[in-house]
Design a protein around this ligand. Structure first.
Ligand SMILES: [Ca+2]
Length: 226
């Protein structure tokens, strides 16, 4: 038994050393500090990050984390919540390995199809997708496991597709992480983004743990001061 526990601890330590971080945002602090809103209208409300703008003339609504690090290999998890009036055609998406605001990889929830593509010069290019029934009446926990040229997509903890970059020369090696909504007819809400990967770490002002601690300290400071 003891040996099993020790092995588990070693495995845990090993996984921590492989993946740093995590970097998280649950939006409970009421702001989108640490994000660069590139297009669309993004708003933190009720502990969720909402895309509420419907004007696509300024480009695909998207927001990118202004991280000091670049994401290469690792895990990105985010909860996606469709609006009550949604018919699932808004295409909420996760951006990753973004070399700039217009170029990188995209995972899209495209009306029942889970697909991976490239975002090249702000235009979407499809690589591969598979149809899976999505229950848009409940929050969808989407997880991407990215390693080398491969992206594995999990929906509510179950692996659904594995997509490889078919054109090595056109692939993106590393970059920023973000969110997008390709067809923003109705609002889409995001929550609990977690990023783990080599070199990834929580950074102010996105570091919730530190913020929470500081908040507590300042609240106590105020109470004591009064
Ligand atoms: Ca939240």
């Amino acid at each position: 038994m003891r040996r099993i526990i020790v092995s588990c601890c070693c495995l845990l330590l090993l996984s921590y050393s492989v993946y740093g971080g995590p970097c998280k945002d649950d939006f409970e602090d009421g702001n989108a500090n640490g994000w660069e809103e590139v297009a669309g209208e993004w708003k933190v409300q009720d502990g969720l990050y909402a895309q509420i703008g419907t004007n696509v003339n300024l480009g695909v609504p998207r927001t990118i984390i202004k991280s000091p690090w670049d994401f290469k290999d690792g895990i990105i998890e985010v909860t996606i919540i469709f609006d009550k009036k949604s018919d699932s055609t808004e295409i909420p998406s996760i951006l990753y390995r973004m070399v700039d605001k217009d170029n990188g990889y995209v995972f899209r929830m495209n009306n029942g199809i889970l697909e991976v593509g490239r975002f090249t010069n702000a235009q979407y290019e499809y690589i591969r997708g598979d149809a899976f029934p999505i229950d848009i009446g409940k929050p969808c926990v989407m997880k991407l496991e990215v390693e080398g040229i491969f992206t594995k997509v999990y929906y509510n903890g179950v692996i659904k597709i594995r997509v490889g970059e078919p054109e090595a020369k056109r692939g993106y090696e590393k970059g920023k992480v973000g969110l997008a909504v390709f067809d923003p007819k109705r609002p889409v809400y995001f929550d609990n983004i977690t990023i783990e990967g080599q070199g990834v770490y929580a950074f102010p002002p996105m570091d919730q743990a530190v913020e929470l601690k500081n908040k507590l300290v300042s609240v106590w400071g105020r109470i004591k001061g009064n």
